[in-house]
Design a protein around this ligand. Structure first.
Ligand SMILES: C[S@@+](CC[C@H](N)C(=O)[O-])C[C@H]1O[C@@H](n2cnc3c(N)ncnc32)[C@H](O)[C@@H]1O
Length: 278
C-alpha cells in the first residue's frame, strides 16, 4: 500500500465516527447532518486533517476531545457559507416598499432602527441591506441606525469585516451602485465603501446558544441558515426571533425555509418566506 493510499484510508470515516461528528454538530450548533452527507463530511474533515497533519479520523476525534477550540473549527468546516449580494432580490424589494417608509418615519422622530442579519456568512446580506437603506434614506448616516451581521463561524466573519469582494461577486449590484458604494481594493477586488460599513456591525453569535443582545429589531433576516437545522431546533427558534422583533417587525427566511405550522406562532405570512410579528 502506498503512503497516499494509507493516508486516504485513514481519512475514511466509519459510521460510528460520522455519528460522533454529527452529534457534536447537533449539540454545539443545532446542525442536522443526515448520513447521506457522510462523504461530504469526510472530504471536509480530510482537508482539516491535512491542515493539522493528522492521518486518521480516530486521531482527529481524539484532537476534538483534547482541544476545545477544535470544536469551533469543526463547526466552521461543516457549515456552508455560500452567499450573494441581492440573494432572493424580492426580499429587498419588500424591505424597500413596506419596511423602509416606517423606518424613515422612525428616524425622523429621532427613533432607533436595527436590522439583524443572522447567519450572515461573508457579509453580502448585511451589506446589501445597509446599501438599500442608504439609497432609500441618505439621511440615515446621521441617525441611530445599525445593521447587525452575526454568524457562528469566526473565519467567515473575518471576511465579512474585510468587506472585500471580486468583481464577479458584485455582478448582482447595479453598476451605478458599484461605483457609488464600493472602492477599488487592488488585484481585481472591490471594498465596501466606508459609509456603508459604518452602518454594519459584525459579531460572532451561535443561534443555538443564548443571545447577548438586549434590544429588539425592526427586521430579522435569517436566510438559508435554518435549513441546516432539524424541525425541532427550528421550532424552538421561531419564538426567540419573535421576542427579538419590534411589534409588526418581519422575519425573512430563505427560499426553501418555512414557519410550519404557522398557527399559534404569533407570525402571519406577509410575503414569500416573509413572516410578520402579529
Ligand atoms: C448558507 S450561509 C447563509 C448566508 C446568508 N444568510 C445568505 O442567505 O446568503 C449559512 C450561514 O449560517 C451559519 N450558521 C450555521 N449554523 C449556525 C448557528 N448555529 N448559529 C449561527 N450561524 C450559523 C453558517 O456559518 C453560514 O455562514
Amino acid at each position: 500500500m502506498t503512503t497516499l493510499q494509507a493516508a486516504s484510508q485513514g481519512a475514511q470515516l466509519s459510521d460510528a465516527e460520522f455519528a460522533r461528528l454529527a452529534a457534536i454538530a447537533a449539540k454545539e450548533a443545532g446542525l442536522s447532518i443526515p448520513s447521506s452527507k457522510k462523504s461530504l463530511v469526510q472530504s471536509r474533515i480530510a482537508r482539516r486533517m491535512r491542515e493539522l497533519g493528522l492521518r486518521d479520523c480516530g486521531a482527529y476525534l481524539a484532537r476534538l476531545d483534547s482541544d476545545a477550540s477544535e470544536t469551533r473549527e469543526l463547526i466552521s468546516v461543516l457549515t456552508t457559507n455560500v452567499s450573494n449580494f441581492y440573494r432572493e432580490r424580492h426580499h429587498f424589494e419588500y424591505l424597500l416598499a413596506k419596511v423602509v417608509p416606517h423606518l424613515a418615519e422612525k428616524l425622523r422622530r429621532g427613533g432607533r432602527v436595527r436590522i439583524w442579519s443572522a447567519g450572515c456568512s461573508s457579509g453580502q446580506e448585511p451589506y446589501t441591506i445597509a446599501l438599500e437603506l442608504l439609497k432609500a434614506m441618505p439621511e440615515a448616516s446621521y441617525g441611530d441606525i445599525l445593521v447587525l451581521g452575526s454568524d457562528i463561524d469566526p473565519k467567515i466573519l473575518r471576511r465579512a469585516v474585510d468587506g472585500v469582494y471580486t468583481h464577479a461577486d458584485l455582478e448582482p449590484v447595479e453598476p451605478a451602485d458599484r461605483r457609488a458604494f464600493f472602492q477599488a481594493a487592488g488585484d481585481g477586488h472591490m471594498r465596501v465603501a466606508d459609509r456603508v460599513r459604518a452602518l454594519v456591525r459584525f459579531r460572532e453569535l451561535n443561534l443555538h446558544a443564548t443571545w447577548p443582545m438586549k434590544g429588539t429589531f425592526d427586521a430579522i433576516f435569517c436566510r438559508n441558515v435554518v435549513i441546516y437545522f432539524d424541525d425541532e431546533v427550528q421550532r424552538r427558534l421561531w419564538p426567540r426571533f419573535r421576542e427579538k422583533l419590534e411589534p409588526g417587525g418581519c422575519l425573512f427566511l430563505g427560499h426553501s425555509e418555512r414557519i410550519h405550522p404557522l398557527d399559534d406562532t404569533g407570525f402571519r405570512t406577509a410575503g414569500v418566506t416573509i413572516y410578520q410579528k402579529t
